[in-house]
Design a protein around this ligand. Structure first.
Ligand code: F6R
Length: 263
């Protein structure tokens, strides 16, 4: 795991988008794992800008989102399909047929998880998984106690997640209490993982996930088990990390990060 600390959210977002765009240039038929949420909105805006102004080409890319609310149709403004179309897919040249989310209104809810896993496997697996972190440590909607070996399935959301996300609904009580989510095991199968964390409200959980023990109580701590993870945090989110100086030293000295240091 590597942790990169940027001075503010804007530069953390720019770095995240640049890493995604550079990986896409190297492998135009990339399979992305994508996240939603407030943190990602700026990343998708930056990717749309890179597409328009710098010609970053999504035409051969495929994508799989982490999660979707159960009971919300794609047309629902609060569904993650709607979010993805609005924030990213409609603003870049990705083929919508190559974009996938769990089906929140699947007829057979028990079959939807295995179906989604199969479509990911048929695409050759996820090359780059983009993640945010919830205030309770979730990645995707893998709430505390999610098995570290879990696969895509239905999950009941915690009161913390309800509190975090229900203000995004016109009527907060309309927020579903269940969602489909890729499992922690599904996420760990990705070849590379990039997690973006910004804002002081994430500082405590980020420190626990990065520097605390691996525990199913904090799903993001499972990222410590993955061989290729980079966590990009702004100063506000990084404030409780004990190893800050070492993480900064790595970013300043590792040749891999040389092209990104002047951003
Ligand atoms: C949503 C997802 C979640 C969010 C997390 C942070 O697809 O994967 O794990 O990344 O809840 O959300 P924000 O960015 O709104 O704080």
């Amino acid at each position: 795991m590597e942790v990169i600390i940027r001075p503010d959210a804007r530069s953390a977002v720019k770095l995240t988008a640049r890493i995604i765009a550079d990986d896409l240039k190297k492998k135009p038929d990339m399979v992305f794992g994508l996240a939603t949420g407030r943190t990602m909105e700026a990343v998708y805006a930056e990717l749309a800008r890179l597409h328009k102004e710098c010609g970053v080409d999504f035409s051969l890319a495929k994508s799989f989102n982490l999660d979707e609310y159960i009971g919300l149709a794609p047309e629902n403004k609060n569904s993650y399909r709607y979010y993805m179309n609005y924030h990213l897919f409609n603003n870049v040249n990705i083929d919508l047929r190559n974009t996938h989310l769990p089906d929140g209104i699947a007829e057979d809810l028990d079959a939807e998880g295995p179906r989604y896993e199969q479509v990911i496997a048929d695409a050759g697996g996820i090359d780059l998984q983009l993640l945010g972190i919830g205030c309770d440590g979730h990645i995707g909607f893998n709430e505390p106690l999610s098995s570290l070996a879990s696969r895509t399935r239905q999950k009941a959301l915690t009161p913390e997640t309800y509190e975090q996300n229900s203000p995004l609904f016109d009527n907060p009580q309309d927020m579903p209490k269940r969602a489909f989510t890729m499992g922690v095991g599904t996420i760990l199968d990705a070849k590379r993982i990039v997690m973006l964390v910004t804002g002081p409200e994430k500082a405590e959980i980020l420190a626990k996930a990065v520097e605390g023990p691996v525990t199913s109580m904090i799903s993001a701590s499972a990222l410590q088990l993955h061989p290729r993870v980079v966590i990009i945090a702004d100063e506000d989110a990084a404030v409780k990390l004990e190893g800050k100086n070492y993480y900064r030293w790595i970013f300043q000295n590792e040749p891999e990060w040389e092209p990104y240091r002047s951003m």
